[in-house]
Write a protein that binds this ligand. Structure first.
Ligand SMILES: [Zn+2]
Length: 174
């Protein structure tokens, strides 16, 4: 596993005064989600009017779901984060371990499980740790010890040497 330097921003568990930037981010997040909601509504209306389109859409969703399934990650690849949301609640979230912070992992805003408010931007966060310890790196297996020659092999070798000896002797006597 590659080393990742995890970032934190503020201390989620400490008192936190929302900044002007937090208010702006939250407003933008709400506006963005409103735009997305409108687009989805329009799309649903179009799908109602056009069954072929609806079928294509259903197929696309299915493919994405399958893809997500194939990306299923092991516990030691999941980093847990403590985050403070705009609403003031502190929740735990997870992201792939290669992300240095939960925002770059796509968790810019979330639905708060405490108060149910949607699109709550993250105002502070800190890493908690991986979901599970990474498995120990397996040590390279030592090469097998050289095989001891068997008696038959030794005998064969001796015979070969004897033959060679004879050949040389014969040569010299010529
Ligand atoms: Zn909340």
């Amino acid at each position: 596993m590659r080393e990742v330097e995890y970032q934190s921003s503020g201390v989620p568990l400490e008192e936190y005064e929302l900044t002007r930037r937090d208010h702006r981010c939250q407003k933008e997040s709400e506006e963005r989600s409103e735009r997305v909601r409108k687009q989805v509504d329009e799309d649903i209306a179009k799908c109602r009017a056009d069954p072929a389109r609806a079928e294509r859409r259903r197929q696309a969703f299915e493919n994405v779901a399958k893809l997500m399934q194939s990306f299923k990650k092991q516990d030691h690849e999941i980093m847990r984060w403590r985050v403070r949301l705009y609403c003031g609640h502190i929740i735990q979230t997870e992201a792939h371990y290669t992300y240095t912070d939960p925002i770059s992992a796509g968790g810019y805003s979330k639905q708060c499980p405490e108060c149910g408010e949607d699109r709550q931007t993250i105002v502070a966060f800190e890493p908690i740790g991986l979901r599970a310890e990474p498995p120990k790196a397996t040590e390279p297996t030592p090469p097998p010890p050289p095989k001891k020659p068997t008696r038959a092999e030794l005998e064969r070798r001796v015979k070969a040497l004897e033959k060679e000896n004879e050949r040389l002797r014969a040569k010299r006597s010529v």
